[in-house]
Design a binder for this molecule. Structure first.
Ligand code: SAH
Ligand code: ZN
Ligand code: ZN
Ligand code: ZN
Ligand code: ZN
Length: 520
């Protein structure tokens, strides 16, 4: 039976509601942490359990931490399964074969050679997503090759590389320039001098560009990302090939030390971690990884700084708020809607929390009259009153809450807070004693507020599209909107794709494919 991706997600959303009752796959932690998890090409695997109608099956299994898609990584092993020596050896050989063909050092050497070449000899193979040295030209003669690669282009690899849109593994959704610039300005205004970018290649690139153009704001950045293609563009001290679901450095100790040195520089002063993980990813393994990075930073602190926290920006959809705050109680969610260019952002259509009119292509209209629709937020342990959100994009300061909020997010005197999570005005329900979404009404059968056409006391499985508990994804009223949205932006999408020059990436692991299958 194929355990669907929706299963994973449903559990995650369910988790945010604080109860179980869903079907899918859940990550669990071994009873004996001394037993090391078996390795797949992406590092230590995670232990999963299949959950059917709220009940855990007894047999647990190891699967890849990074790829929830069998075609990306088909690792599977029952927890209690004993492998023969021959199978273990075969697995090790397979893991080695799956590693990138070049070491980090070799990539850097190639890059240094590349920038020495005259402009006319600087070529980039769009099919292989690779910078070519003259010796490589022959091999790529049949491929679409971009010539005259300038230094400016080399400094913006996220524009040169095609975004990996494989939803399940890479889920690469790049920030729109406006959001990215906002983040860079914010980091600089907050006085940070180093940024650990975990899965934020475009932010990394913009920080480096800003630093090279302006000596005053000389912020340093280190990118940790699973997308190996970036290793062609950065020195060893600014990119590590990394898996954020298991804190695995593909280049071993050398890379780990690069990261440690970066975190501990200046006794750990002046650094922030910014992360934008794939949304399909489970929150718990991410939280465990971030705690490991925090611990690494802490090691470099002097004794009297032990109460300090590593400043973090975690970019994630707002409906994961309770889940994230469960792991990081000091985190608060900002109202700022971090956005990505909509022609690249399929996440929007999957996660759209409410209906919007897509016939208007200005999906991200902002300002007083415009609506903002992105569900993506920043979770942080930096006091929100220090984070000034742009008034020209429709944010205001609430002096009672001591934070910037969306204009539509009104202060509720009963809750004593600006309660809206999705940017719309929420209404206070005196029976529920809290503010609820404007479309909800109080149901006396369920004894809480819900959408008007919900079926009373339906199983609380949660919907992954809108996060609401009274229906499942298949009957989500927002699904129609998402589909319509997809259609009406189709023209624009196609156009943008042709501009971006859409080439299929030959790397096998990047092909769209089936779900993780659990042998029965
Ligand atoms: N908005 C960000 C990009 C976020 S997309 C920006 O514009 O900078 C998610 C990023 O996480 C991608 O770069 C992707 O390659 C990376 N990623 C996906 N899975 C990962 C994993 N298991 N470990 C590390 N990085 C991962
Ligand atoms: Zn090629
Ligand atoms: Zn209220
Ligand atoms: Zn109510
Ligand atoms: Zn729904």
């Amino acid at each position: 039976m194929a355990a669907s991706r929706d299963g994973f997600e449903a559990v995650e959303v369910e988790g945010s509601a604080g109860c179980r009752g869903s079907s899918g796959m859940e990550v669990v932690f071994p009873l004996d942490p001394a037993v090391p998890a078996p390795l797949c090409p992406h590092g230590p695997t995670l232990l999963f359990v299949k959950v059917t109608q709220g009940k855990e099956e007894t047999r647990r299994f190891y699967a890849c931490s990074a790829c929830r898609d069998r075609k990306d990584c088909n690792f599977f092993q029952w927890e209690d399964e004993k492998l023969s020596g021959a199978r273990l050896a075969a697995r090790e050989a397979h893991n080695r074969r799956c590693q990138p063909p070049l070491s980090r050092r070799q990539c850097v050497e190639r890059y240094l050679k590349f920038i020495e070449l005259p402009l006319t000899q600087r070529k980039f193979c769009q099919r292989c997503q690779q910078l070519l040295l003259p010796d490589d030209w022959g091999q790529h003669s049949e491929h679409q090759v971009l010539g005259d690669v300038s230094i400016t282009q080399l400094r913006r690899p996220s524009q040169l590389l095609y975004p990996l849109e494989n939803k399940k593994t890479n889920a690469q959704y790049l920030f729109a320039d406006r959001s990215c610039q906002f983040l860079v300005d914010l980091l600089s205004a907050l006085g940070f001098r180093r940024v650990l970018c975990v899965g934020t290649p475009r932010l990394h690139e913009l920080i480096k560009l800003t630093a090279s153009g302006d000596k005053k704001s000389n912020i340093k950045s280190l990118l940790l990302d699973i997308d190996f293609r970036y290793s062609q563009f950065y020195m060893e001290d600014s990119f590590c090939h990394y898996n954020m679901f298991n804190h695995h450095f593909f280049d071993g100790k050398t890379a780990l030390e690069v990261c440690r040195a970066f975190l501990q520089e200046d006794k750990g002063e002046g650094i922030i971690m910014v992360t934008d993980p794939p949304f399909g990813g489970l929150v718990e393994p991410l939280a465990i990884t971030f705690k490991k990075l925090i611990a690494m930073w802490k090691e470099g602190q002097s004794q009297d700084d032990s109460h300090k926290e590593l400043p973090i920006f975690w970019i994630f959809p707002y409906f994961f708020e309770s889940r994230i705050c469960q792991f990081f109680p000091s985190f608060q969610m900002l109202d700022y809607q971090a956005i990505i260019p909509f022609f690249l952002d399929y996440r929007l259509f999957l996660f759209l929390p409410f209906k919007v009119d897509y016939d208007n292509h200005a999906l991200y209209k902002h300002g007083k009259t415009g609506r903002k629709q992105s569900p993506v937020r920043i979770f942080t342990n930096i006091p929100p009153n220090k984070i000034i959100l742009p008034t020209e994009e429709g944010y205001r300061f609430c002096s009672l809450c001591q934070r910037y909020v969306s204009l539509e997010n009104q202060h509720c005197e009963h809750c004593n807070s600006c309660t809206s999570k999705d940017g719309r005005k929420w209404n206070h329900c005196f029976l529920c004693k809290k503010c609820v979404k404007p479309s909800w009404i109080h149901c006396s059968i369920c004894n809480h507020c819900a959408v008007p056409d919900h079926s009373c006391e339906s199983p609380k499985d949660g919907c992954f599209i809108c996060g609401e508990l009274d229906h499942k994804r298949s009957t989500c009223p927002n699904i129609a909107t998402s589909k319509r949205a997809n259609k009406s932006v189709e023209y624009f999408t196609r156009k943008m794709y042709s501009i971006c020059v859409l080439y299929r990436i030959i790397h096998k692991s990047m092909q769209p494919s089936e779900d993780l299958e659990v042998p029965s």
